[in-house]
Design a protein around this ligand. Structure first.
Ligand code: ADP
Length: 178
C-alpha cells in the first residue's frame, strides 16, 4: 500500500520564548505523523522577546538533546527570517503545524492560516489540539510565574527553568499575580 502521508516534512513555527512542555507535546505528536519536523523560531521586531532568537534556538536544541523521548535526528531547529510561507517553499515543504489550546487561540490562528493560504494555496496548516494537561500553558504564563518565584517544574524542562531563574533572580518582585 502506498504511504498515505503524502508530505514527509512539516514546519512547526512559533516564538518558543521559551519552549514549554506544551510545545514539546505538539512536536512529539507531529513526529508521529511526519518523518521530519522543522521547528522554525520566529523573530518579529514588534514582539518583546525575553530570549534572543539564537538563545531560543539553543534552548530548544538543548532540551531536545536531553529529552530521551524525542527522536532528535528527525528534528531541525532553524531561525526564521521574513515570511514563513517563503521559508516553507524554500525547503519544498507543504505543511505548517500549529497548536490550539482554547477558543481564544482560534481567531488569531484562523487569520494566520488564511493569510498563509492566500499567499500559497499549496501550503496547508494543520492544527493539533493541546494535550488537556497543557491546555492552560503558555510561554507568557511560565515567565510570569517564574518572575514571581513560583514553581514551573511541571511546565518546562529543567534547563528552561534554570535559565529563567537566572534572569529573574536578579530582579525584585514587588508585583502580584493572581
Ligand atoms: P507564537 O508567537 O507564534 O504564537 P508560541 O511559541 O506562543 O508562538 O506558540 C507556537 C505554537 O505552539 C502556536 O501554534 C501555539 O498555539 C502552540 N502552543 C503553545 N503552547 C501550547 C500548548 N500548551 N499546547 C498546544 N499548543 C501550544
Amino acid at each position: 500500500m502506498a504511504n498515505p502521508i503524502k508530505y514527509k516534512t512539516a514546519v512547526y513555527p512559533g516564538s518558543f520564548d521559551p519552549v514549554t512542555y506544551g510545545h514539546l507535546d505538539v512536536l512529539k505528536r507531529s513526529l508521529n505523523i511526519f518523518d521530519k519536523v522543522v521547528v522554525a523560531v520566529a523573530c518579529n521586531k514588534k514582539k518583546p522577546y525575553l530570549f534572543e532568537q539564537s538563545a531560543r534556538i539553543e534552548l530548544i536544541n538543548a532540551v531536545i538533546k536531553e529529552d530521551g523521548g524525542i527522536d532528535s535526528g528527525r528534528i531541525n531547529v532553524v531561525g526564521l527570517k521574513g515570511l514563513l510561507v517563503k521559508y516553507v517553499e524554500s525547503i519544498n515543504a507543504k505543511v505548517i503545524i500549529r497548536g490550539l489550546r482554547a477558543v481564544s487561540d482560534f481567531e488569531y490562528e484562523l487569520q494566520l492560516a488564511t493569510t498563509n493560504r492566500t499567499l500559497n494555496p499549496d501550503i496547508e496548516t494543520i492544527f493539533m489540539m493541546t494535550a488537556e494537561k497543557y491546555s492552560f500553558l503558555s510561554s507568557t504564563i511560565v515567565k510570569e510565574i517564574s518572575r514571581l518565584g513560583g514553581d514551573i517544574s511541571s511546565m518546562v524542562p529543567s534547563i528552561i527553568a534554570e535559565e529563567l531563574s537566572k534572569i529573574y533572580s536578579k530582579g525584585e518582585n514587588d508585583e502580584t499575580l493572581m
